[in-house]
Design a protein around this ligand. Sequence first.
Ligand code: B12
Ligand code: SF4
Length: 482
Amino acid sequence: MSAARKAPPVGLRIALVRPPSLHSIERSVPGAVRRENVSYPPLSLVALGTWLQRSSKHRVRVVDGLADGLDHDALAARIRDARPDVVGITAYTVTLVDVLEAVKAARRAGARWVVLGGPHVNDFPREAARLPGIDAVVVGEGQVPFTRMCDVLFRDGRMEDCAGIPGVRLAGDEGPAVEAPFHSDDLDDYPALDWTLVRYDRYYDVMGRGGRFTTALTSRGCPFRCNFCNTPRVKWRTQSAARVCDDVVQALNLGISEVYFVDDTFNITGRRVSDLCEEILRRGIDFRWTVRCRAKGVSPDLARLMRRAGCQRVQFGVESGSDEALEWLDKGVTVRDVEEAFAHARAAGLETAGYFMIGLPTETDRQAVIRGIDYAVSLRPDYGMFNILTPFPGTRLYQKGVEMGVVREAPWRAFLEAPDPSFRPQVWDQHLAAEELEDLLRLAWRRFYARPDVVWNTVRRTSNPAHLARKARAGLGLLLSR
Ligand code: B12
Ligand code: SF4
């Protein structure tokens, strides 16, 4: 009898990695909030993995180092288990130090090629391509370029041959500092997500009701021009209502009951929102959902329709209770718009959340910041999220700060070239020092969440004891944070 011949490989083995967050440089968010970040699924990697499986023969494994609470040695062991040819790592700027540790872990695990993608690469392609230990970066939506890259690597075994694939930059490529990210013209071209790539039953939303939870992205980009945000560089595109519903139904079939649509701005046109609500109602799809909306454009009718279609919570970027500040930030929204939007949402029975900033250029002393915090409380959202205004490179706010002599560029430049865990992003410290703003930030979280009605509403709405325990842990963490 002849010995069985080994079948030639049909594709590469690919590990897609979300690094842990052990060295976050974020100082604007208390640890209790950061700890809840592990509860969101790695949507970008599921999207990449789904596409790779659909359009190639490569074999994919997702390693969620964040949700699994791995350190970098455990991450290396987990990657080694997958015996990958290629390791693709998703990179956020605030966890860049961990990204580099993950690159080293991938190398220790024997990966032949290591590739980065994700928001950090999209914002800083040139610097990302210079990071040590990597072979290439992918700028923009990774599905098509990364798959093409893997096809070339499988065929030729040479990373150099991937030069020229749109969206791909080889290590050390000194191309433009900013480039138009690769994107698909039609979001419906992407297939429905294969959530079985991850342990989809483990994710939850601390602000939700404790059901099985996932995120989804139904549009990309935003035409507005808030000066602290870098999203506007991307052209606005949407999925069709039918397509969103198909994807939701697929998730519901896995027992998922809560979906957070993480679009930067869900209600860029009211028409799109109403079309989606009508489609959900027409098909009788029963699930709770959350969106992030702009305050302008949430009419009483739209809010009621959203509620009928299962919307549970609307999150608004309020930022400030001062028109002068909103104007400074180029928000294009007034305090009145915000108050009306909250009133309409509440009247329709929607829960609300507000994002607020402290340390705005118009807050010239401690009292002004405290007035801002009091405004946030007086608006009575069900949830409040507070941040210190932080000018990120690439935003118009950053540029303005440089021109005003408020922003110091050298520390950011040094961090982007050689990420160091001791680096802290400079907050807008024109009037108040960073330490004072951090102290006020803690005050904001405490003032907002230490109110009996907030505690009572949370208890009243949460029937799942395990979820109530999570909420209590997050709440106590916030109140006790130093
Ligand atoms: C949901 C979300 C969260 C969730 C979950 C985050 C997580 N860790 O999974 C929560 C609320 C926890 C969160 C927290 C934070 N977030 Co956030 N978040 C988002 C949001 C709204 C959606 C992300 C998403 O799922 N997108 C959908 C997927 C499909 O798209 P994608 O991530 O861009 O991935 C595509 C490409 O980037 C690329 N890609 C991604 N990874 C890889 C890997 C490889 C190998 C390749 C080839 C390609 C590739 O292909 C993907 C598919 O097309 C985005 C804004 C946005 N609309 O994208 C902000 C965003 C990602 N967040 C941002 C920030 C700043 C934060 C925080 C720092 C906020 C804070 N102050 O705490 C924290 C940090 C979290 C952390 N430590 O990981 C920034 C990141 C900027 C940056 N340069 O890093 C964004 C872009 C918002 C913004 N415009 O400022 N966030
Ligand atoms: S509305 Fe939101 S996503 Fe759009 S520019 Fe402003 S902050 Fe960015």
